[in-house]
Structures are given as C-alpha cells and as structure tokens.
Design a protein around this ligand. Structure first.
Ligand code: SF4
Length: 364
C-alpha cells in the first residue's frame, strides 16, 4: 500500500537499528507521549529490538485515558437529563465513571449514540430539533479544530439544539507538568505526531531549552519511530538536546496555521482536569464567551455527585510514566478489555489494553 509499505521496509529498519545500536551508549529513558505510538511500538515489537540501555516509557497521550472521572461523571449526568441525546466517540462510552458509564446510562434509558465525528453529531441535531444534542468533546489539538468547525457550522445553520461538553486538552502544558513533577527522569521524548501536524514542533522548544531533554516528533509507522529514536540517541550522545522533526511528511515547524486559527477562533485556553494528575492550569480548551450558547457546561444544570476513583486502578500513575500496567494488581485478572476497570484498558490507545493485546515489558 502506497505511503505505508515504504515506512515498513525491513531493510531500512535494519539499517536504522544498526545505527541506533552503534551510537547508543548512555542509559536513556525515552517517553513516547502518544498512545498511538505505544500501540505502534508494541505491535511492531520495537522494544525488543532496541539496545538494552534504552528504556521506553508510555506517557499520557490517550484522550480517553486522561479524561478525569469527574468529567466523565458530568457526561453521564447530562445523559440522564430530559430530552437530551449524548453523542460520543465509541471508547468513551465504555469507560467506567464513579457510579456508572455512558453505556450503563444507555441501558437505563438515556439516549447515548456513538459517532465518528462532530459532523455526525451535527447531523443528529438537525434530525432531532426537539432534543438537545450534546457532543462529548475529548481529545487534543488534533481533534479540537474539527469540533470548532462543527460549532461554526451550527452557528451558520442557526442550529439551536447543538452543544459541546468541552473536555479538550492541549499537550505542551501537560508535558511541562509531568516534567515539573519530577517523578520520572527522561533523556528524550517522542513527541506526538498527529498533534504536531496541527501545532508544529516549536511549542516543544522549552523542553530542550529549559529541561535539557531531547525531542523528536514522530509518525506512526515503524520506520518513523526508529528514525525518531535514532535522532534522540544522537542528541543524547552528543549532549545537545533540541527539537527535531522525524515526521517531515506530516509536520512543519509552524504547524497547520489555518487549523490553529480555526481552533483559536472558537476555543480559548483554560484549566483542565487530568486523570492521575489533577487540574493543570492552562492545559485545556474551553468555548469562548461568544459561543457560550453551544457550551453544555453553561446551558445545563449538571450534578455529577462526588467522584469515586476505580478501586485498585493505577491508570493515573501509568499516565505519568511512574508505573506500567504490570504493576497493577488487577491487570489481566479482574481487569480485561471485556471487563475494564479503568480507561487505560478500554481505549484502543490505552497502555493497559496495549500490554494486554501485544505483551508486557519490552513487548514480549
Ligand atoms: Fe486500571 Fe485495569 Fe489498567 Fe489496572 S489494568 S491500571 S485497573 S485499567
């Protein structure tokens, strides 16, 4: 398949691996920020192929996993409001909240529908003028522009029954928050590919400048990831951390300016609640006052009740890179993809689901 096979070429992969093995001497702990990278690394067995002095850690880049229980409880409470249709991406529906899940709410009579985009939610709003249609907006800078576009379209069509519960998050502030926690010492970060298509590589510069940590933006094919590791190894060995783009076909230093403008026209930066980390200032996106008539938080009375975290679940410390799924006493026993206890086992990009499907430490 064009644009896929050439990034899975075994001969090129061997050459990159030889280069990594030849140059990598210092112990290096590398965090892949994005859950999509974790899946690709495990699926292609890359951990086993890297030198023993390189340790890979998974980070918080799974939108479903980082959604705090308190925010999920808000979505579930909204689902029980009269004449409301909740629209959500599929994985979110199965995540257990404090007392229920969107799936259970649906079984109890709530109108919860899985959609593949905000455009699907808009179509449901058009078809159901007597109902309030609320889209549960999760994700990072990758998805936020499309949600912004849906709000502008609702405005253009004068739709009065479309709302967004904005739980969107932005990446650079959470990277800073994790580094400031100081719980994990990192030599390099594989920066998220899809997010960087939108924001570019410049927002990561503080990581190299202030924290002296190597950065490489990577795509999601095995050669992309090996190239990113190769670039990180070179920076670590030379003692010259910087931000490199190892995903030139998708990412420019300045990002996607029209998408950024679109996002910034509808959203403004606000605080966000992250699972396992808590409220991080200026790490989320909220609707500007101009668009408050589409803001579910401002237009519905939400009483989600007190938050109860899933007992025994360590998703929070996994998302901070402090633990791995194997450290969780519930992994593979009580908690499986069929009966998930926490979001990291639900999401297709969650670390626990990835370990479950593709193996444990170093991918074996
Ligand atoms: Fe939570 Fe299940 Fe992962 Fe344990 S295995 S951290 S309970 S999602």
């Amino acid at each position: 398949m064009k644009f896929v096979e050439e990034y899975r070429d075994p001969e090129l992969g061997k050459k990159l691996l030889e280069r990594i093995h030849k140059h990598s001497r210092k112990p290096a702990r590398l965090m892949e920020f994005c859950g999509g990278h974790t899946v690709a690394i495990f699926k292609h067995g890359l951990r086993q192929l890297l030198p023993a002095n390189i340790e890979m850690l998974s980070g918080p880049g799974c939108p479903v996993c980082v959604t705090a229980s308190a925010d999920l409880d808000k979505a579930i409470a909204l689902g029980h409001s009269p004449d409301v249709i909740i629209t959500s991406f599929g994985d979110m529906v199965r995540v257990p909240g404090s007392r229920s899940s969107l799936q259970k709410a649906k079984a109890e009579g709530a109108d919860v529908r899985i959609v593949y985009s905000a455009q699907d939610a808009l179509a449901i709003a058009r078809d159901n003028p007597g109902k309030s249609v609320i889209f549960i907006g999760i994700g990072f800078e990758t998805t936020a522009p499309t949600i912004a576009a849906s709000i502008l379209q609702a405005e253009q069509e004068k739709l009065k029954n479309y709302y967004v519960l904005s739980l969107h998050k932005v990446c650079p502030p959470i990277m800073k928050a994790i580094l400031d926690l100081g719980e994990v010492k990192l030599g390099g970060i594989i920066c998220p590919g899809h997010v960087s298509v939108i924001i570019g590589s410049r927002p990561y510069q503080f990581i190299a400048d202030d924290y002296k940590i190597a950065c490489a933006v990577s795509g999601f094919e095995p050669l992309d990831i090996l190239l990113a590791v190769d670039r990180l190894v070179e920076q670590i060995e030379s003692g010259q951390p910087r931000v490199e783009i190892a995903y030139r076909r998708g990412v420019k230093a300045e990002g996607n300016i029209p998408a950024l403008r679109l996002m910034e026209s509808v959203f403004e930066i606000g605080d966000a609640n992250w699972r396992g980390i808590g409220v991080v200032p200026a790490s989320g996106l909220q609707l500007k006052d101009k668009y408050e008539k589409y803001d579910a938080e401002k237009n519905f009375k939400i009483d989600p009740g007190p938050t109860i975290e899933p007992k025994g679940c360590i998703c929070g410390s996994i998302l901070r890179g402090v633990s791995t799924p194997k450290d969780c006493g519930l992994f593979e026993g009580t908690c499986t993809p069929e009966h998930p206890v926490g979001p990291c086992m639900v999401s297709s990009e969650g670390s626990c689901a990835t370990y479950y499907h593709y193996g444990g430490e170093r991918g074996v």
